[in-house]
Design a protein around this ligand. Structure first.
Ligand SMILES: Cc1ncc(COP(=O)(O)O)c(C=O)c1O
Length: 369
């Protein structure tokens, strides 16, 4: 936020700091929401989401991850952020601990702190070629007060993807210790150089202690809609807890928006595919230009739409990001904002259209040369 406040009024600044692209939601999705609005879908609605949308999430998960999730396990939330917050609220109380793989989107730490719980960060290791997680360090961080493991894979800001073999070990550890897994899978479609990623949903039984959070924001350029979803275990009691959390906060997601979301899920695969391809090309564009600079250290991200890179001689990412606002008129997010393990890095979002990416990266090349 500090860099954004510093630079956002600057004329001509190219912003790569936010986690979104620069095109509005596609017309077919807007039309479905608009039609529902005009048809009078303007009343109080189901707390857990309208049934056809919950069914469509289940169908989407089957189509893309070959996993069978009963629609009853799906709850529509007012954003991926709210899915995270309400999941933490449902599971974690004061004094509990949540072990979090870091660096990570900072709101995750904030959600844990809001419950007066403790976030224990386990940092990914940067090998200059890739990000790696030492599972022993993850497991050693779990103590008697650990209630959950929070894993965001593919991960913001690093682009790290957890190996399926590691996911199985984490699952076995969580089973044995009776801790929850909270899996944030909002970037599960944004993967490159491999057909797809594995979802924790594929590895666990419906009754097990797993919550998977997701969002409409990234897949269909819908960041401003504020709609997400969560898959909870098959449990009437927990479903009721979640429903209460929705009831006592927003009392549900506007019904006409849910019709737009339904359209995205049912007719949006082609758009999603083209967006991921655009991001893959965007990734290559920024990687090719920045990786040849002698002071820049980076790995080609395998997932998400972020490049998380280091510049030699620049350990203070906040000061450096502000200097780049002045020197290059480009907005990047400082790595220090992403918790332990992030300092010394900058995050660039490459979801923008290629013309904008090209213009911004050329400015960076000049400033970093
Ligand atoms: C890792 C991660 N999880 C969740 C979200 C939440 O997205 P939204 O609140 O827009 O649905 C984001 C957004 O940037 C994110 O990066």
């Amino acid at each position: 936020m500090a860099v954004l406040n510093y630079g956002q009024e600057k004329p001509g600044l190219i912003p790569f700091w936010a986690g979104e692209g620069d095109v509005p939601t596609p017309e077919f999705i807007c039309a479905a929401a608009s039609e529902a609005l005009h048809q009078g879908h303007t009343f109080y609605t189901y707390q857990r989401g309208i049934p056809p949308l919950r069914q469509a999430v289940a169908a989407y998960l089957r189509r893309h991850f070959q996993v069978d999730v009963e629609p009853e396990r799906v709850i529509i939330t007012g954003s991926g952020m709210q899915a995270i917050l309400q999941t933490v609220q449902a599971l974690v109380g004061p004094g509990d601990e949540v072990v979090v793989v870091s660096p990570v989107w900072p709101n995750i730490f904030a959600a844990i702190h809001m419950q007066e719980a403790v976030a224990r960060a386990v940092t990914l290791e940067w090998t200059h070629e890739a990000w790696r997680l030492d599972l022993n360090r993850l497991f050693d961080a779990c103590g008697p007060k650990t209630r959950a493991l929070f894993i965001n894979t593919p991960g913001n800001p690093t682009g790290w993807i957890m190996d399926p073999a590691d996911m199985l070990q984490v699952r076995d550890f969580a089973r044995q210790r009776g801790v929850w897994i909270i899996a944030d899978e909002v970037y599960s479609q944004f993967v490159y150089d491999r057909p797809r990623v594995t979802s924790f949903l594929e590895l666990m039984e419906p009754e097990e202690q797993l919550m998977v959070t997701n969002t409409f924001s990234k897949n269909w350029s819908m960041t401003g809609w504020r709609v997400g979803w969560v898959v909870i275990p098959h449990s009437q009691a927990l479903g009721q807890v979640y429903e209460n959390l929705v009831q006592y906060s927003t009392s549900g997601v506007p019904e006409f928006l849910q019709y737009g979301c339904l359209k995205a899920l049912t007719d949006g695969d082609a758009y999603l595919k083209s967006l991921v391809e655009q991001c893959r090309q965007g990734r290559d564009l920024v990687y090719e230009r920045l990786s040849v600079l002698p002071r820049v250290r980076l790995a080609r991200p395998q997932g998400t739409f972020y490049l998380f890179f280091q510049v030699e001689g620049e350990p203070d990412s906040m000061a450096f990001a502000k200097r780049l606002v002045d020197a290059a008129n480009v907005g990047l997010a400082p790595g220090s904002a992403f918790g332990p393990g992030g300092e010394g890095f900058l995050r660039l979002c490459f979801a923008a259209s290629h013309a904008t990416l090209h213009a911004g990266v050329e400015r960076l090349v000049t400033a970093l040369a």
